[in-house]
Each structure stands twice: as structure tokens, then as C-alpha cells.
Design a protein around this ligand. Structure first.
Ligand code: HEC
Ligand code: HEC
Ligand code: HEC
Ligand code: HEC
Ligand code: HEC
Ligand code: HEC
Ligand code: HEC
Ligand code: HEC
Length: 413
């Protein structure tokens, strides 16, 4: 081989390498980052084709426990009893996925979820009992009297359709009645394809719905010692630890999930978020729940994994004082409204007079905030966003009542 031939070969080889590089660079990214063979096997045709279509879904799925243990795309997407189907690239799939698709393998979690206020009561709080079967209503009423057997929410109706769908129901759809006869969705906390427990343990996940002035749980948590410490240590906390053996070493600081759901140090995991509660704090005037003792004991057992008994008892004692004093303040405002109605000074329609909004804000924003703050460590919410406003709103209501009464006396003269 002479020098000229060697030179041509080198040029040619280099050109080939450069060309290959350029061609490769022009290819879509999804083709270069081919999935690992083991999980193409696991998910079959769906994943290899969907890596060209909606590739992010395949990547999300690849992070999940399901991908590691070969729960395939098809197993979630296949048709369950009562579901509408469609034929897709040779597969028959469910048109809409619901909690039923998860319940085929996770019936324990689904049954716990069904008992909670995240199921039927959440939807009925906005839309009333419509859409639920007689059995579903009876089941929910057994655990939560009055929670489903009720009419659609008046404030939602006054505000109109668009608001209901994109507002109220965007949060309350966690308990939607599905066409297949199941209730609700599991993906509100786990997401559809990463189906992550780490995600469900993030305070922000619950905070998608549990925020704002009427239920400031996320804001209260962020203010609390727990929230601040979690923000500092979250990188060192093992959010992926299996619920079956979650220890205080994995999570030495609690998030929403730890207190309300987790199987910390041998406790049972629960998808019934009602299980560890003892008061109906969301009510205008809070009463004890029927399972007051059991609920409180369950929550205190969680605290006791990290705190001493005296500390926890003192905490509850003080929080319950806030419940009683808030009840008195709210009751006073409700009594005033009842009197004004009796005196014929208000129309029978809800939400058409300023004082009705003040009375509503009084318990719905400030009363709740004070109580929630007391139970979850939010001093500013007990005081400035709570009790200060309770005082102010009561003074405003009394002023309006005085002027309504004054007007009615001068009219009758
Ligand atoms: C040969 C390619 C191919 C295969 C195989 C395939 N899909 Fe698809 N799939 C597509 C395309 C293309 C779309 C449309 C994407 C879009 O609308 O942007 C789609 C859409 C979908 C949708 C959304 C349907 C809708 O309109 O709401 C789902 C769900 C879905 N696929 C699931 C699956 C599952 C599960 C499997 C395996 C059982 C699968 N696909 C197999 C190509 C494929
Ligand atoms: C753990 C169950 C589960 C697994 C496993 C799963 N999916 Fe899904 N997927 C869902 C759910 C739930 C939805 C939402 C469906 C709905 O709203 O009707 C969904 C929606 C989709 C959509 C429509 C998404 C959109 O936003 O438009 C596509 C496409 C899809 N899945 C493809 C796949 C593919 C491909 C795989 C496997 C790589 C897969 N899925 C694995 C549960 C799953
Ligand atoms: C075909 C059966 C099957 C289906 C369908 C299924 N899963 Fe799973 N899932 C499993 C198995 C098996 C495990 C592993 C259980 C274990 O490790 O104890 C699991 C684990 C999980 C975990 C724990 C993940 C972790 O990191 O430990 C979550 C959360 C979960 N699934 C949620 C869902 C949701 C939500 C759906 C529906 C959208 C769903 N699953 C559908 C079988 C299934
Ligand atoms: C940002 C999400 C979100 C939106 C939007 C929302 N809610 Fe709620 N709602 C919640 C959460 C979270 C609770 C639970 C509060 C608690 O227990 O402290 C709740 C509680 C309630 C309750 C009290 C519980 C019960 O069962 O009686 C009613 C009633 C209610 N919401 C109705 C509505 C109506 C009506 C709308 C729209 C006008 C609406 N919500 C908008 C998240 C939301
Ligand atoms: C998609 C919105 C949504 C998400 C996400 C959500 N919730 Fe809720 N939650 C609600 C609604 C709506 C209610 C009120 C149901 C009712 O009483 O009508 C509620 C009620 C509750 C209650 C009170 C139950 C009772 O019996 O009064 C607790 C506790 C709770 N949620 C905890 C959590 C925790 C912890 C998380 C996160 C792991 C979470 N929620 C995530 C919407 C949500
Ligand atoms: C340190 C434990 C702890 C943490 C962390 C925590 N909570 Fe709570 N939560 C409680 C206690 C205690 C109560 C009052 C229980 C009772 O009724 O006896 C409560 C009450 C509630 C209620 C009130 C239900 C009602 O009756 O109105 C909701 C909703 C709630 N928490 C959601 C959350 C959310 C969302 C987060 C995270 C942003 C969170 N919690 C963080 C302990 C905790
Ligand atoms: C309110 C948020 C929320 C909803 C809704 C929810 N989960 Fe979970 N889920 C969690 C949390 C938080 C954990 C982790 C508990 C822990 O820290 O021990 C979990 C854990 C799990 C696990 C692992 C349990 C174990 O013992 O290993 C499975 C499986 C699961 N969820 C399935 C479901 C299914 C199925 C649904 C629907 C019926 C659902 N989840 C709805 C928050 C939620
Ligand atoms: C997973 C562990 C864990 C759980 C569960 C837990 N806490 Fe804590 N809590 C902590 C840690 C850690 C601190 C910060 C302690 C420190 O300053 O050393 C803390 C701090 C506090 C503080 C503030 C103390 C101060 O003086 O600043 C209060 C009050 C408190 N917790 C009450 C509770 C109550 C009530 C419960 C149950 C409803 C609970 N905690 C559940 C870990 C936990």
C-alpha cells in the first residue's frame, strides 16, 4: 500500500466517523437513548413505540417500582369490568383509567381509601349525592354521616359551571364517581406513571389541594418546626423507603403523610386519612368525631415515635382549648345571623348580601385557620390569620347589624 492509498483511507475513515456522528446527531434523542433491554421486554411493544410518541411517559414509568418488577403498561391500561374500551395498535385498552385499574392489584389500599373522606364525601361536598349508587351512599354514610346524602353546594351553584369544573372539582375529584362503578383516583398523590411513594410523602403533593385561606395546611406546615426542619434535611431523608419498614431513621422529621398515613416504625399504613383524626375541624362549630378516642390515640401513637408523652399530651391539651374558644366565637356570629334572619333583615337567598360573606369568612377562613394552626404548629395562623381576624370580622358584623336594625326602625317610623 503506498502513501497515497493510506492517506485516502485515513481521510475516508475520518469522513465516515464524522458522517456517522452528524447523522446520529440529527436523529431524534429518543432513538439514541434506547431503553434498557430488560424493560422493553417488560413493557413489550407499548414502550418501544411510545418512546417515539409521548416519550416522557416511558421515562417516567422507567423510574417506577412497577418497571423494576415488570408490571407492564398493558396491565394498567387493559379493560376492567364496566369500562369503555378502544382498540389501539392491536391491543384492546380501557378508554379511561380509574382507581379500579389500580385496585385489581392493590385492593387493600383501595378499600382503605374508600372509607376515607377522600372518597365519595370529597365529591359530594361540591356536587351532592348525584352520580353515586345507593350502595355507595350507604357505605359512605356509615363512616361519615351526612357527608354524601346532601345537595350540591350552594356557593358552587351561585358561582356557575366553569368554576365548578376547573375550581372546586379539580381538587374534589379525588373522590369522583367513575362510570365503571369505582370511586376516585389514586394518581392525585402517586402520579400516573412514576407511581411514586416519595412523591406522596412530599408536603407539596398534599399542598396542591390543602392550601389557601380555607385550609392552610401547607402554609401551616411550612411555618412549623417540622416543616422548617424537613426543608433543611430533605436531601438526607429517605423518601423512597418502603412503607412496610419505614423507620424514624429514614424520616426523622414528619411530613403530612407521616402523621396522617405512614406506617412509621411498625404502625399500619393507612389510606384512610380520617383514621387518625378526632375533631371535625372543618365544621363551623367543631364537634368530636364518633371515633374521637381511637382517632386521637392513633395520631398520638405517631407523635410518640418521636416525642415524649408529656410533650404530646400538653400539645393536645392546648390545641383543644383553641377549638373550644373558636367554637364560642363562631357560635356568636352564627347566632347574630339567625337573629337578623328572624327579624326579616336578610333575604332568604345565600351569598347575596355583604354580611353573609363576612359571616362565611369568619368560620370558613379564620375559624378553621385558628384550629388547624393549633393542631399543626402554626402560631401565626392561630393568632394573626386566625384570632385577630375573628375579632375584626365580629366587630364588622355587629356594625352592619346595627345599621340594618337602625334602617328598619327609621323605615317603620
Ligand atoms: C406502533 C406504535 C404504538 C404502539 C405499539 C402502542 N401505541 Fe399507544 N399511541 C401511539 C400513538 C402514535 C398515539 C397517539 C399519540 C398522540 O396523540 O400524540 C398513542 C396513544 C396512546 C394513548 C392515548 C390515547 C388517547 O387518545 O387518549 C394511550 C393510553 C396509549 N397510546 C397506550 C398504549 C399502550 C398501553 C400500549 C401497549 C398495550 C400502546 N399504547 C401501544 C402509538 C403506539
Ligand atoms: C401504574 C399504572 C400504569 C402503567 C404501568 C402505565 N400507565 Fe399509562 N396511564 C395510566 C393512567 C392512570 C393514565 C391516565 C388515564 C386517564 O386519565 O384516563 C395513563 C395515561 C397514559 C397515556 C395518555 C397520557 C396523556 O397525558 O395524554 C399514555 C400515552 C400512556 N398512559 C402510555 C403508557 C405506556 C406506554 C406505558 C408503559 C411504558 C404506560 N402507560 C404504563 C396508568 C399507567
Ligand atoms: C398488575 C398489578 C398492578 C397494577 C395494575 C398496579 N400495581 Fe402498583 N404495584 C404492584 C406491585 C406488585 C407492587 C410492588 C409491591 C411491593 O413491593 O410490595 C406495586 C407497588 C406500588 C406502589 C409502591 C411503590 C414503591 O415505591 O414502593 C405504589 C405507590 C403503587 N404500586 C401504586 C399503583 C397505582 C396508583 C396503580 C394504578 C394507577 C397501580 N399501582 C397499579 C402491582 C400493580
Ligand atoms: C385547592 C383545592 C380546593 C378547591 C379549589 C376547593 N376545595 Fe373544598 N376542600 C378542599 C380541601 C383540601 C378540603 C378539606 C379541608 C379540611 O378538612 O380541613 C375541602 C373541604 C371542603 C368542604 C368541607 C368538607 C365537607 O365534606 O363538608 C366543603 C363543603 C368544600 N370543600 C366545598 C368546596 C366547594 C363548593 C368548592 C368550590 C366553590 C371548593 N370546595 C373548592 C380543597 C379544595
Ligand atoms: C386532589 C386533591 C387532594 C390531594 C392531593 C390531597 N387531598 Fe386530602 N382532601 C382533599 C379534599 C377535597 C378533602 C375534603 C373531603 C371532604 O371532607 O369533603 C380532603 C380531606 C383530607 C383530610 C381530612 C379527612 C377528614 O376525615 O376530615 C386529611 C387528613 C387529608 N385530606 C390529608 C391529605 C394528605 C396527608 C394528603 C397527601 C398525602 C392529601 N390529603 C392529598 C383533597 C386532596
Ligand atoms: C406532626 C403531625 C402532622 C403533620 C406533619 C401534619 N398534620 Fe394534619 N393534623 C395533625 C393533627 C394532630 C390534626 C388534628 C387531629 C384531630 O382531629 O384530632 C391534623 C388535622 C389535619 C386536617 C384537618 C381535618 C379537619 O377536621 O378539618 C387536615 C386536612 C390535615 N391535617 C392535613 C394535613 C396536611 C395536608 C399536612 C401537610 C401539609 C399536614 N396535615 C401535616 C397532625 C399533622
Ligand atoms: C392522599 C394521597 C394518596 C392517595 C389518594 C393514594 N395514596 Fe397510596 N400512598 C400514599 C402515601 C403517602 C403512601 C406512603 C405511606 C407511608 O409513608 O408509609 C402510599 C403508599 C402506597 C402503596 C405502598 C403501600 C405499602 O404498604 O407498601 C401502594 C401500593 C399505594 N399507595 C397504592 C395506592 C392506590 C391503589 C391508591 C388508590 C386507591 C392510592 N394509593 C391512593 C398516598 C396516597
Ligand atoms: C418522625 C418524627 C416526628 C413525628 C412523628 C412528630 N414529630 Fe414533632 N418534631 C420532630 C422533630 C425532629 C422536631 C424538632 C425537635 C428539636 O428541636 O430537636 C419536632 C418538633 C416538634 C414541636 C416543636 C418543639 C419546639 O419546642 O420547637 C412540637 C410542638 C411537636 N414536634 C409536636 C408534635 C406532635 C403533636 C406530633 C404528632 C401529632 C409530632 N410532633 C410528630 C419529629 C417528629
Amino acid at each position: 500500500m503506498n502513501f497515497k492509498n493510506i492517506f485516502i483511507s485515513i481521510i475516508f475513515a475520518t469522513a465516515m466517523v464524522v458522517a456517522a456522528f452528524l447523522i446520529n446527531r440529527a436523529r431524534p434523542v429518543v432513538e439514541i437513548s434506547q431503553p434498557r433491554p430488560e424493560y422493553v421486554r417488560a413493557t413489550g411493544k407499548c414502550a418501544s413505540c411510545h418512546l417515539h410518541e409521548t416519550s416522557a411517559i416511558v421515562h417516567q414509568y422507567s423510574f417506577s417500582k412497577h418497571a423494576k418488577i415488570n408490571v407492564t403498561c398493558y396491565e394498567c391500561h387493559r379493560v376492567q369490568e364496566g369500562q369503555a374500551e378502544f382498540v389501539h395498535k392491536g391491543f384492546t385498552l380501557a378508554q379511561e383509567l380509574t382507581a379500579l385499574n389500580c385496585a385489581q392489584c392493590h385492593s387493600t389500599e383501595y378499600d382503605q381509601f374508600l372509607r376515607s373522606r377522600h372518597a365519595a364525601p370529597a365529591w359530594a361536598a361540591v356536587s351532592g349525592s348525584e352520580g353515586f349508587s345507593a350502595e355507595q351512599i350507604a357505605y359512605a354514610e356509615k363512616y361519615h354521616p351526612g357527608s354524601v346524602m346532601r345537595s350540591a353546594n350552594q356557593l358552587a351553584i351561585v358561582q356557575g359551571e366553569g368554576v365548578m369544573e376547573k375550581g372546586c372539582l379539580a381538587c374534589h375529584s379525588v373522590g369522583k364517581p367513575n362510570a365503571d362503578g369505582s370511586i376516585g383516583t389514586c394518581t392525585a398523590c402517586h402520579a400516573r406513571h412514576s407511581t411514586s411513594i416519595a412523591l406522596a410523602r412530599q408536603p407539596e403533593t398534599c399542598g396542591q389541594c390543602h392550601m389557601g385561606p380555607d385550609h392552610s395546611q401547607l402554609e401551616i406546615y411550612n411555618e412549623s418546626k417540622h416543616g422548617v426542619l424537613f426543608a433543611l434535611q430533605r436531601d438526607r431523608i429517605n423518601l423512597d423507603a418502603s412503607p412496610k419498614n419505614l423507620t424514624t431513621r429514614d424520616m426523622p422529621v414528619p411530613t403530612c403523610a407521616t402523621c396522617h398515613m405512614s406506617g412509621l416504625e411498625g404502625m399500619n399504613v393507612t389510606h384512610d386519612v380520617t383514621e387518625r383524626l378526632s375533631w371535625w375541624l372543618f365544621s363551623p362549630v367543631s364537634k368530636k368525631r364518633p371515633n374521637y378516642n381511637l382517632g386521637q390515640e392513633a395520631m398520638k401513637n405517631t407523635c410518640l415515635k418521636c416525642h415524649a408523652k408529656t410533650h404530646v399530651e400538653e400539645f393536645y391539651r392546648e390545641a383543644e382549648i383553641v377549638v373550644h374558644s373558636t367554637n364560642e366565637k363562631v357560635q356568636k356570629s352564627l347566632d347574630l345571623m339567625t337573629e337578623l334572619r328572624k327579624e326579616g333583615l336578610l333575604t332568604p337567598e345565600p351569598f347575596d348580601e355583604p354580611i353573609e360573606f363576612i359571616a362565611f369568612d369568619l368560620w370558613h377562613y379564620y375559624g378553621r385557620t385558628a384550629k388547624h394552626g393549633a393542631f399543626m404548629g402554626g402560631a401565626d395562623f392561630v393568632q394573626w390569620h386566625g384570632n385577630y381576624e375573628l375579632l375584626l370580622k365580629m366587630v364588622e358584623m355587629e356594625e352592619i347589624a346595627k345599621s340594618l336594625r337602625g334602617k328598619s326602625i327609621s323605615e317603620t317610623k
